[in-house]
Design a protein around this ligand. Structure first.
Ligand SMILES: Nc1ncnc2c1ncn2[C@@H]1O[C@H](COP(=O)(O)OP(=O)(O)OP(=O)(O)O)[C@@H](O)[C@H]1O
Ligand code: NI
Length: 335
């Protein structure tokens, strides 16, 4: 930043995500969730510094050069539902044009690749693949398989999965509501069938039933054997589909937990995570008092201590993430 100031947007983020699994990343506004997602796609702003590694199928996303990211990672290995979809849609193209272009870009088949892709599709969906509807379905899920004339079908199938109304496909982004833009972005992210999907607030601005429908579709993406990192403020949505939860506070992951234990019994172990759940209207409806620290002036010790009713002198040293929790006074698991 100007004047040599540093913002520690994300620090020591350490987690893994298995195929078929959904990890929900939660935490209050500004804690670093979107920066973490951007880092995985090589989309950090030019002044950002990133270190460490992020391995996906043996490729280190943090070390990959721009060419590798553009040709093999974005959209192909990692799909993104961006946080502000309206800003990511191309304003001068209709949703249909953008979807079809994406299908085209992602389904350029290398020599000899089409046959292998078709065989893979048959293995997965059976020989009925020549049936139009099944082909469209296969096209969406198995990008290398899309036959040319079926690209429009693939675009429509992706729109359908994202609950985007087909009669709005010929609209321009400025003609869409926030919720429709959100669903258009989801359709674009699903179309490549990437093994890892990053969904950054994919349900903002949607009504409850659409939220459920959207996250269920995301869950299906994971159930097909892909990884899903769901960034969300919507803890009910996280509870509905996540296998595990990671709680971020002031740029750090302070707790990772099994979703069922986190939302049910015994509940979260970190005082901040307990506070997040207590703030829910259908729980205690009590907000966590105070505000998170400035990321440009983080304390040496536990960043949550100033807001924590359990804080003691030991909190002046920073707690390491051990056995899934970074707190000197965490709840024990066998409570
Ligand atoms: N280009 C940038 N320059 C300086 N600081 C930035 C930049 N981008 C993000 N930050 C800072 O990094 C921190 C993390 O931002 P990030 O967008 O990841 O938060 P978030 O958890 O996604 O929040 P929200 O839930 O509101 O989307 C914020 O304090 C933000 O101000
Ligand atoms: Ni964000």
């Amino acid at each position: 930043m100007p004047g040599g100031r540093h913002v520690a947007a994300v620090t020591d983020a350490d987690f893994d995500l298995a195929p078929g699994e959904c990890l929900a990343l939660v935490g209050e506004s500004g804690c670093g969730k979107s920066v973490l997602a951007s880092a995985l796609l090589g989309l950090l702003p030019g002044n950002a510094e990133a270190s460490g590694s992020a391995l996906l199928d043996g490729v280190d996303l943090l070390a990959a050069d721009e060419r590798t990211l553009a040709r093999t990672v974005r959209g192909r290995r990692v799909g993104l539902v961006p946080q502000s979809p309206a800003a990511h849609l191309t304003p001068v193209r209709t949703v249909r044009a953008q979807l079809e272009e994406t299908v085209r870009a992602l389904t350029t088949v290398r020599r000899g690749g089409r046959r292998a892709a078709a065989e893979a599709a048959v293995r997965r969906w059976g020989p009925r693949r020549r049936d139009g509807r099944v082909a469209a379905e296969a096209a969406v899920r198995e990008p290398n398989f899309v036959p040319r004339p079926d690209r429009p079908a693939a675009a429509e199938a992706a729109a359908g999965r994202a609950a985007f109304p087909l009669d709005h496909l010929d609209r321009y982004p400025h003609e869409l509501s926030g919720g429709l833009a959100q669903r258009a972005a989801l359709a674009l992210a699903l179309v490549g069938g990437a093994p890892l999907l990053l969904a950054d607030e994919p349900t903002t601005g949607l009504d409850r039933d659409l939220v459920d429908r959207t996250v269920d579709e995301l869950r299906r993406h994971a159930d097909d054997g892909r990884g899903l990192l769901l960034i969300t403020h919507d803890l009910a949505a996280a509870e509905r589909i996540a296998d595990r939860v990671a709680v971020m506070y002031a740029g750090r992951i302070v707790e990772t937990a099994d979703a069922r234990r986190f939302f049910g019994a015994p509940g979260p172990r970190h005082p901040y995570a307990r506070g997040l759940l207590d703030a829910l209207p259908d729980r205690a409806f009590t907000p966590v008092p105070g505000l998170p620290p400035e990321l440009s002036a983080l304390p040496d010790g536990c960043a949550f201590a100033p807001r924590c009713d359990r804080a003691t002198d030991t909190c002046a040293t920073r707690p390491a993430l051990r056995a899934g929790v970074a707190c000197h006074h965490a709840e024990t698991t066998h409570a």
